[in-house]
Design a protein around this ligand. Structure first.
Ligand code: AMP
Length: 327
């Protein structure tokens, strides 16, 4: 049977050629990063540093309130001059230009991309795209594991593993495939400590339980099984969390009988773009079209969206609810 890497060999070779021919490389990923965006970016960064020490490789983007520095280093601050000389931009885990965390990828003389989001626009000269893939890190791990003459260190593998576990919902979403497990096996074989990694990924503070308690006391359920909770700016202040952290409790509603989809809505009063940020998750039905309609996008079982006006809440929940009306 043809393996995944054999199937994509032509694309992989074009991507390898771009990497081989560029001395300066900057790795970009999406804004408001999750485990997969950061894991893929840092896994690839570590792989390139390990195998091409003569190259000047960097990673940029916005921070994260809890994953950095617990799991990942602070993103690098590169000044404007860096981007004025020839460099290769590698964009990972993002489909839309406007969601790339640093707009200076546009200054690159070549852009290549690895992603598993629907490609809404063409950004790269060469791209390895696979919407079926459970995580961007699954694709990039496969690429690195089949890169001739290189090795994958346990440090790089650990980062990729974080992405794999994060975006497949710990191997539970329907995007998890036999290939996901093949990659997990190859990554684990490099020898990092799995239980201490899980401990670090999912560790909470005692105060986080107050947020969970708030969510459990204030959620609503629509007629056809859409569970949702709202965290206004006022409530976030009372709970001492930021809007980015609002979605951390969303999966409390996974695996509950009669709940078909679940979402968190967190008010974000950033002066440049105030809105309610929504994370949507679903048991089976594809919620990505609803996310697209409401200013976002993503995957069938995990998407993001936004409400510019909270008075649209009933309409938004109504759209989701309608997915579950039995024909
Ligand atoms: P989140 O709820 O923020 O964890 O997002 C779930 C998934 O949807 C992640 O894979 C995100 O990359 C993706 N996603 C979130 N927001 C958007 C958006 N505005 N456009 C496209 N994809 C998104």
């Amino acid at each position: 049977m043809t393996s995944y890497s054999e199937l994509h060999e032509t694309t992989y070779e074009k991507l390898r050629e771009e990497i081989r021919t560029h001395a300066r490389i900057v790795i970009f990923r999406h804004i408001k990063p999750d485990f997969d965006a950061l894991g893929t970016q840092m896994g690839l960064y570590t792989f390139l540093k390990d195998n091409f020490p003569e190259k000047d490789v960097h990673f940029v983007g916005d921070g994260h309130p809890t994953f950095i520095p617990r799991l990942f280093p602070e993103p690098e601050k590169l000044d404007e001059d860096y981007f004025k000389q020839k460099f290769l931009a590698i964009v990972v885990d993002v489909g839309d230009r406007k969601r790339i965390a640093d707009p200076r990828f546009e200054m690159a003389d070549a852009i290549i991309k690895f992603d598993h989001h629907p490609a809404n626009e063409e950004i790269a000269k060469v791209a390895m795209l696979d919407e079926e893939s459970g995580a961007a890190s699954e694709i990039v791990s496969d690429f690195c594991l089949s890169f001739p003459g290189t090795h994958l260190s346990s440090e790089a593998a650990k980062y990729f593993y974080i992405g794999l576990v994060g975006d497949t919902g710990r191997f539970m979403y329907s995007s998890t495939s036999t290939h996901t497990f093949e990659i997990a096996e190859a990554l684990l074989k490099t020898g990092f400590n799995l239980s201490s990694l899980y401990q670090k990924m999912y560790e909470k503070k005692l105060d986080d339980l107050k947020v969970t308690a708030y969510v459990l006391n204030h959620f609503s359920v629509s007629p056809h099984g859409v569970a949702y909770y709202l965290l206004s700016d006022q409530v976030q202040k009372e709970l001492a969390i930021t809007s980015e952290r609002g979605k951390e409790n969303v999966n409390l509603f996974a695996n509950i009988e009669g709940i078909n989809a679940w979402c968190s809505l967190s008010e974000d009063l950033s002066p440049n773009d105030p809105c309610w940020r929504i994370s949507i998750r679903s048991k089976e039905k594809d919620i990505a079209p609803i996310a697209n309609k409401w200013g976002g996008g993503g995957h069938p079982q995990a998407s993001g969206a936004r409400l510019d006006d909270i008075s649209d809440l009933d309409k938004f929940i109504g759209d989701l609810d309608a997915l579950f009306i039995e024909e």
